[in-house]
Design a protein around this ligand. Structure first.
Ligand code: VGL
Ligand code: ZN
Length: 204
């Protein structure tokens, strides 16, 4: 069991842990609520070492192009400023969490937290070299965030702390396989901290 030793240059990125993506929300991810407890443990781990915690959020105008009424694939969700766009109240975000709003223009959809946000540059300027990524949804925003992020950072993916929409059965596993194939490093949270999760590829 190989431990991942966190230190200067590490950061945590929590992707889209928003009310609309949780069960009961307008675009609820099945079992999405199960990631909250592990993400709170991850946040505590990073916070304990004064390492930065980022939280992205889908932040759409109410006539966003990804909504069915505009010809897009999704029901309305995460409309900026609404309760559904808020972070889950069960998520323990640190006071100094850095919030990243994305997909906030009418005619552009953006699944990646790096798309149009300036996030990669801001992280590099802060000296971040390695990111642990978790959140919702594995097959959309997590996938695209990880694939983009690999251009600039080492990426650790925490499988237990993400869930997929699975519009088609297997989408989540396929997304996981793509992230691993692109070079993301699978990790899991043990009692002592993050450890390499060498078996993930075989379980997919
Ligand atoms: C997402 C579908 C539509 C996500 C965002 O955060 O994964 N999925 N918009
Ligand atoms: Zn969206």
């Amino acid at each position: 069991m190989s431990a991942i030793v966190l230190g200067q240059g590490d950061a945590l990125l929590i992707v889209d842990l928003q009310v609309d993506f949780l069960p009961g929300g307008s675009l609820g991810v099945p079992h999405g609520d199960q990631v909250i407890a592990p993400i709170n443990r991850l946040t505590a781990l990073y916070q304990a070492q004064s390492l930065p915690v980022y939280a992205s959020r889908d932040w759409h105008p109410d006539t966003h192009c990804s909504f069915v009424a505009q010809g897009g694939p999704w029901p309305p969700h995460c409309v900026a400023g609404t309760a559904g766009a808020g972070f889950s109240s069960e998520l323990d975000l640190p006071d100094d969490v850095i919030v990243v709003s994305k997909a906030d223009t009418v005619d552009v959809d953006a699944y990646s937290a790096f798309s149009g946000t300036g996030l990669a540059q801001a992280m590099r300027e802060r000296g971040i070299r390695r990111l642990a990524v978790c959140g919702l949804a594995t097959d959309y925003c997590v996938l695209n965030t990880v694939l983009d992020g690999l251009a600039d950072f080492e990426i650790l993916i925490v499988a237990d702390a993400m869930r997929a929409v699975d519009v088609r059965a297997g989408d989540g596993d396929h997304a996981m396989t793509r992230m691993l194939g692109a070079g993301a490093v699978p990790v899991r949270l043990s009692e002592r901290g993050l450890v390499a999760d060498v078996g993930l590829g075989a379980r997919l």
